[in-house]
Design a protein around this ligand. Structure first.
Ligand code: PMP
Length: 414
C-alpha cells in the first residue's frame, strides 16, 4: 500500500519560498505535522508491516481469553518510554490503550463518575449527575464532547475556579498540565471533600516543558499524537492506580468497541520502543573511530528534535510579536529538566495570543487568511481578544503564518 501524503515531504525553512502562497493556513487544530520531517528520515527503521493473515482475531492471544484487546508489547512499550523519560510512574499501575486519549477521556469520566457516585451515596441509585469542571481557559474538546454525549452519569459544569462543591458532594476536576491552550503547568483548584481529579498529561513531555518529576496521580491520560506526532494512529493510553477504575474502563471499551485497535497498538509499540532504545542506549554508546554508527544513534532523538523546532518557532514568533507591540504571549520561566539534564524553557504546542487593542482577535487572523481558535471556545468568560495558534504544523505553513503576521502594520491593530 502506498500512502500519498504531501505533508510527509521534507519542508523548507526558507521564508522567501512561501512568498506567493495565498491559501488559508489552518493553525486551528493541534495537528502535529511538524514531526513528519523527523520520521521521514526513519522510514526504514520504524515502519511496520502487517501480513494479511495477521491480527485477525478479536483477541490478542486467542488461546487465552484476552477480552480487552491490550497487547502486552504495547503496555510494556508505554511503561518503558515513561521510565526512560521519567515523566510518569507506571510500576504497579494499569495501562489501558484507547482510540486516542479523546476516547479515554470519556471512558475514564464514566468510570470515575460511577465510582464516586457509589462511594458517596452508598448505592448507584442517585440520579444526580456528577459535575465535571476544569479551570478556564480549558481545552475546548472537554465541554464539546460532553455536551455531545449527554451522559446520564456526569455533566459539564465549566470553570473550576468558580465551582463550589456542596458539602462533600462528588465532582470531577480535570487538570490539563501543561495546559491546552495556554501552556501553563497546573494543579487542581477546587477545594472539596468528595472530588476526584483526572490528569490530562498529553503535553507532559520534554519537547514541550521541563520534566521536573514523574507524575504520580490516580488517573493520567497520555497520547501518541503529542508524544511522537502519530495522531493518525489514534493511540492514547490511561495510567490508572485503582484496579476497580481500570476494570470499569476496560469493560466500557469492550462493551462499546470490543477492544482497542491492534494495528494502532502494533505501530505505537514499534515507535515507542524505537524512542526508548534511542535514549536508553545513546547515553552510553560511544562508537570507536571509523566504525559504522547505527542509524539509531546518527539521528537526534525525537524529544530533542521537537524541543529544538518549537524553541526556534517560539523565538521567531516572540520577535515578531514584540515588534508589532499590541499582541502578547505568555511568558514561562525556565526549569531544570531531569530528562535533558539541564534547564530548559517551556515551548508549548500552542501559542495563546492576546490582542490588546481589538475586541475580536479573529478579525485580524481572518484578514490574514489564518485559521485559529477563538478564546471563547476555551471558556465562557475567556475573552475573544485571545486566540489559540498551533505551533505544531509543518514548516511551510508556520513560516507563512510568521510572514503574514509580520506584514501587519501596527496601525491595523490600534
Ligand atoms: N488532551 C489534550 C490536552 C489535547 O490537546 C489533545 C489533542 N489536541 C488530546 C487530549 C487528544 O489527543 P488524541 O485524541 O489525539 O489522543
Amino acid at each position: 500500500v502506498t500512502i500519498i501524503n504531501d505533508k510527509n515531504n521534507d519542508t523548507t525553512n526558507d521564508l522567501n519560498s512561501a512568498n506567493d502562497d495565498n491559501h488559508l493556513i489552518n493553525l486551528e487544530k493541534g495537528d502535529p505535522t511538524m514531526f513528519c520531517s523527523y520520521w521521514k528520515k526513519l522510514d526504514n527503521e520504524c515502519s511496520v508491516t502487517i501480513k494479511a493473515s495477521e491480527l485477525i482475531s478479536y483477541t490478542i492471544n486467542h488461546k487465552e481469553a484476552d477480552f480487552f484487546g491490550q497487547m502486552p508489547e504495547f503496555v510494556e512499550a508505554v511503561k518503558r518510554v515513561h521510565r526512560v523519560v521519567g515523566n510518569a510512574v507506571t510500576e504497579g499501575r494499569y495501562v489501558i490503550g484507547g482510540t486516542g486519549s479523546s476516547q479515554l477521556f470519556l471512558v475514564a469520566l464514566r468510570a470515575l463518575a460511577s465510582s464516586v457516585r457509589k462511594t458517596t451515596n452508598g448505592s448507584n441509585s442517585s440520579n444526580k449527575r456528577i459535575p465535571v469542571v476544569c479551570a478556564e481557559p480549558y481545552y475546548s474538546f472537554y465541554k464539546e464532547a460532553m455536551e455531545q454525549e449527554k451522559s446520564e452519569l456526569y455533566e459539564w459544569q465549566g470553570d473550576a475556579n468558580t465551582f463550589k462543591p456542596e458539602s462533600n458532594n462528588p465532582y470531577i476536576e480535570v487538570v490539563t498540565s501543561p495546559n491546552n491552550p495556554d501552556g501553563r503547568s497546573r494543579k487542581p483548584v477546587v477545594k472539596g471533600e468528595g472530588g476526584v481529579v483526572m490528569y490530562d498529561l498529553a503535553y507532559y513531555w520534554p519537547q514541550y516543558t521541563p520534566i521536573t518529576s514523574p507524575a504520580d496521580y490516580d488517573v493520567m491520560l497520555f497520547t501518541l499524537s503529542k508524544t511522537t506526532g502519530h495522531a493518525g494512529s489514534r493511540m492514547g493510553w490511561a495510567i490508572v492506580k485503582d484496579q476497580e477504575i481500570a476494570k470499569k474502563m476496560k469493560k466500557q471499551i469492550w462493551l462499546t468497541i470490543i477492544g482497542s485497535c491492534q494495528e494502532g497498538q502494533f505501530r505505537a509499540t514499534k515507535i515507542l520502543q524505537f524512542v526508548a532504545d534511542r535514549y536508553e542506549h545513546a547515553s552510553y554508546y560511544k562508537p570507536p573511530n571509523n566504525m559504522y554508527v547505527p542509524k539509531l544513534f546518527q539521528i537526534e532523538g525525537v524529544f530533542d528534535y521537537g524541543h529544538r523546532i518549537l524553541a526556534q518557532r517560539w523565538e521567531k514568533l516572540r520577535a515578531i510579536v514584540q515588534r508589532i507591540g499590541v499582541l502578547s504571549l505568555p511568558d514561562f520561566s525556565p526549569g531544570f529538566c531531569n530528562f535533558f539534564q539541564k534547564p530548559t524553557s517551556s515551548v508549548p504546542a500552542f501559542a495563546w495570543v492576546e490582542c490588546k487593542t481589538v475586541e475580536d482577535a479573529e478579525q485580524i487572523t481572518k484578514k490574514l487568511k489564518i485559521k485559529t481558535r477563538i478564546g471563547s471556545r476555551f471558556g465562557s468568560s475567556v475573552s475573544e481578544r485571545f486566540i489559540r495558534v498551533s505551533m505544531m504544523g509543518d514548516d511551510h505553513d508556520f513560516n507563512l503564518f510568521l510572514e503574514r503576521l509580520s506584514s501587519l502594520a501596527t496601525m491595523e491593530l490600534s
